[in-house]
Design a protein around this ligand. Structure first.
Ligand code: SAM
Length: 213
């Protein structure tokens, strides 16, 4: 993703602490109180400009969504989208996914989305892929029983790698699709990357992965 320096982004986010949560570690284990309801919490890692979570928040008002994105110059667009749409059920963390365990308690999350994550194609960068085993281990800790990962990508190599990584970790794979937009799936909300690739007629890969109890 091309990053444009936006020196005002940080301050603008600080002015909207109900959308971009400062000091999220203070909310660890208390996210349902933060949202003020008992609805399930779904997290998206590497959320980008927030098209997916804004769409999901509108489509599913009885689910709470939290998007994690490390670059403020990108996240500011997500914040503006949620502000415009007035969505009380969507919040963001301007943080690194590496630190996930500092923000969520064991079993606090019901579902985790990984959408069009950076493929890091070089072998020496394997550990940076958000479907690498150390990340799967962090996700497992914060997901509740029966919690799932929903994964979408345009990158065949990353998809093959991730299927292997999920299965090597002992996860159960469901609804594997090698061409999502031709699979007749209902209720799919496109991310900004997905929309771009779909408009170029590129295929989208998708699967759901479930931890064994
Ligand atoms: N999910 C969006 C979509 O599908 O349109 C954005 C995809 S973009 C290729 C990947 C995003 O993940 C980038 O905005 C990047 O900054 C973010 N990202 C990658 N690794 C991350 C990490 N460890 N922590 C937080 N964000 C990360």
């Amino acid at each position: 993703m091309r990053l444009r320096h936006k020196p005002w982004a940080k301050e603008e986010m600080e002015n909207h602490p109900h959308i971009v949560m400062a000091a999220p570690e203070k909310s660890k284990g208390k996210w349902n109180s933060v949202f003020g309801n008992d609805n399930p919490i779904y997290v998206e890692v590497g959320t980008g400009k927030g098209q997916f979570l804004t769409g999901m928040g509108q489509a599913h008002p009885h689910i709470n969504f939290i998007g994690i994105e490390k670059y403020d110059s990108v996240l500011i667009t997500a914040m503006e989208r949620v502000k415009e749409a007035e969505l009380p059920n969507v919040k963001f963390l301007n943080e690194d996914v590496e630190e996930l365990l500092a923000f969520f308690a064991e079993g606090e999350i019901a579902r985790l989305f990984i959408n069009f994550t950076d493929p890091w194609p070089k072998n020496r960068h394997e550990k940076r892929r958000l479907t690498y085993k150390t990340f799967l281990n962090k996700y497992e800790k914060i997901l509740n029983k029966g919690g799932e990962i929903h994964f979408k990508t345009d990158n065949q190599g990353l998809f093959e790698y991730s299927l292997h990584s999920f299965s090597k970790y002992g996860m159960i794979l469901n609804n594997v699709s090698l061409d999502l937009h031709k699979s007749g799936i209902e209720g799919n909300i496109m991310t900004e990357y997905e929309q771009k690739f779909h408009e170029k007629n590129m295929r989208i890969y998708r699967c759901e992965a479930e931890y064994r109890e």
